[in-house]
Write a protein that binds this ligand. Structure first.
Ligand code: VGL
Ligand code: ZN
Length: 199
């Protein structure tokens, strides 16, 4: 049994062209992600999974617009268009994604008052999703991350995976970024400095 897992982050309709929070070229990576899935020993997928009226939605804050930042009790929070509402078409995996081999689908962002970019911890950097325990119990010590978006959910997952003691690779050709005010360069520098291998 291999000690490596592929973690496919948020390959959902709302992050693909035509979706509520579309990432440019988000759908282009599907064939590449499928190839990686085919060759992986273990596959975990995440789904951004918000209740209607979630606190990360600009529409939940009077007078606020998407992509503005506000201060929450856990720190700064970017506000987003309504997206990935639990069970909606936008929350489903891209129809071309070969999700059948996934051993775990981990949902995050379901608590109304806190957002969760990372697959490991919510945005307070304290509330665990349970993924560390799952991977450890299964003897997995190395993870490769791909998916959407490079500079948010992939990057924060990579930082937390390093902090939790995993060996971490991000395959950049199988990721696409939102790139809000230089966030892509900033997050790439942070993950590189943290010890994430960029492939
Ligand atoms: C994401 C913003 C809001 C992501 C999720 O998957 O990168 N970004 N929710
Ligand atoms: Zn979200």
């Amino acid at each position: 049994m291999s000690n490596e897992a592929l973690i496919v982050i948020d390959m959902q309709n709302d992050f693909c062209p035509g979706g509520a929070l579309a990432v440019a070229g988000g759908d282009e990576i599907v064939p590449l992600v499928n190839d990686l899935i085919r060759h992986a020993d273990h596959v975990v997928m995440t789904q951004d999974w918000h209740p209607a009226g979630h606190s990360s939605f600009a529409s939940s804050h009077h007078g606020r617009k998407p992509f503005e930042a506000i201060e929450m009790d856990y720190g700064p929070q970017t506000l987003w268009p309504d997206h990935c509402i639990q069970g909606s078409t936008g929350s489903r995996f891209h129809s071309g994604l070969a999700w059948g081999k996934a051993e775990l689908v981990l949902r995050k962002g379901f608590r109304p008052n806190i957002d969760s970019y990372s697959a490991f911890f919510e945005n307070d950097h304290k509330t665990p999703t349970g993924l560390t325990g799952y991977l450890r119990e299964r003897g997995i010590s190395a993870v490769t991350l791909v998916g959407l978006a490079t500079d948010f959910c992939v990057a924060y997952s990579a930082l937390d995976a390093i902090r939790q003691g995993f060996r971490v690779t991000v395959k950049l050709d199988a990721c696409r970024a939102i790139d809000l005010n230089g966030s892509l360069d900033a997050m790439l520098a942070r993950i590189r400095e943290a010890g994430v291998a960029l492939a």
